[in-house]
Design a protein around this ligand. Sequence first.
Ligand code: ADP
Length: 486
Amino acid sequence: MAPQIKYTKLFIDNEWVDAKSGKTFETRTPSTGSVIAKVAEGDKADIDLAVAAAKRAFHRNSEWRLMDASQRGRILNKFADLVERDAQYLAELESANNGMVLTTAVAFMSSAVKSVRYVASLADKIQGDTIPTDGNTMTYTLKQPIGVCGLILPWNVPVLMFINKVTTALTAGCTVVVKPAEQTPLTALALAALLVEAGVPKGVVNVVNGFGPGAGVALTHHNDVAKISFTGSAEVGKLIQQAAGKNNLKRVTLELGGKSPLIIMNDADLNIAVPYAANAVFFNQGQICIAASRLFVQSGIYDKFVEAATNYAKSIKVGNPADASTQNGPQIDEEMMKKVLKYIETGKKEGAKLMVGGKRVGCSGYYIQPAVFADVKDDMTIAKEEIFGPVQSILKFETLEEVIDRANDTSYGLAAGIFTTNLDNALQYTRHVEAGTVWVNAYLVGGVQSPFGGFKDSGIGRENGMNCVDSYLEVKTVVMSLPKKF
Ligand code: ADP
């Protein structure tokens, strides 16, 4: 049964409101393509109201600013309890709206709860330094919340993205206006309701659904927004960085795309490497920024690997995301499905060898059979552009030295991996590959405790980890004159 959709309006200043324009837009479920909700479509006028509410909530005399940091942590822990209480419902809503396989969505809810608890634990540990300075002075630093933050979310893992950005900003003491992706507005609204239930004061969290050119652009240009944190495409990330410098100078955290290289050496254990490499690119239908979409396999095992990878991809069950045996669900929408199918056609045309899959499955919903390409060359489109779909491109290499240069020959630098049983190979690769996260004999594993972000066009800044709150703080240096003599 489809989960009940409780919230479809905008959430501004603790009220559920229609868009000023009265406009709504349709939300579809990718599993069938049918409309499941009509959601208020926010625009500049609604962003103005939301930012004003967040600014009031950030005033020095506001309940939020006067609250003990430990109490902020307690409220966020209560929020974690509520997410845990509603985990099954949230997972079903996520799966219905995003097409995510339900078992994956359920697993993500427990990661989300852990994530909130980790970040919340940092609330009362934000502290500066005491610095002995020259000239008979004593200096200390205060770390203070930046202000109103605009948080712009992608559609691929909506709950985790909301939780990650919102709870970090709130832990720092900031107030927020969230702009969820237009494809996935529903779980953000449900989470906003839980934040209020947990005790977050009025105006601290606002959610304005809408489109990039409307609500998104208005948020990134607003003079009262001090920081933008964005996860999405590199193309939009660049626009956001420009917008952030246009009026006031906003701080930006950008977590963008990738074309992540995964290296399989001759000495790797294929029983482990083959399933890992498949999961690294097919997980969530390939709709993850860290997808290992360039798989470099050493020549000694190339043919054997391609055969095993092809058999593995053949066995992946594509179907209804709510079905417990399903491994891959639908792509997010028709546009993305068509875009991925076009990349597959381009791969064939440019001479890569399609070993399996690559076709649409069924005629309702947006399903694609996972595709494996062999004989992929570095200059082919499928080896260069981020596909964001279930397409494994297998390239051949001879030496580690050669493959490191080829792995780095991309504008991206989000993630990388290597499978090898030789420690020197692992050490050389982890040292020289240009990527924010590097896995050795693993891929996609980890959690909120580790910093996450990209080199080069994959982004600016790091999220997660012990220092995650820093990018929502300003450092204030206070210099005090000391008495000369006692
Ligand atoms: P994708 O290509 O994966 O759909 P996008 O990068 O286009 O992702 O979008 C991610 C988020 O950025 C969405 O919430 C979208 O509405 C928003 N967005 C898109 N364009 C802009 C823009 N010019 N300014 C601000 N936000 C935008």
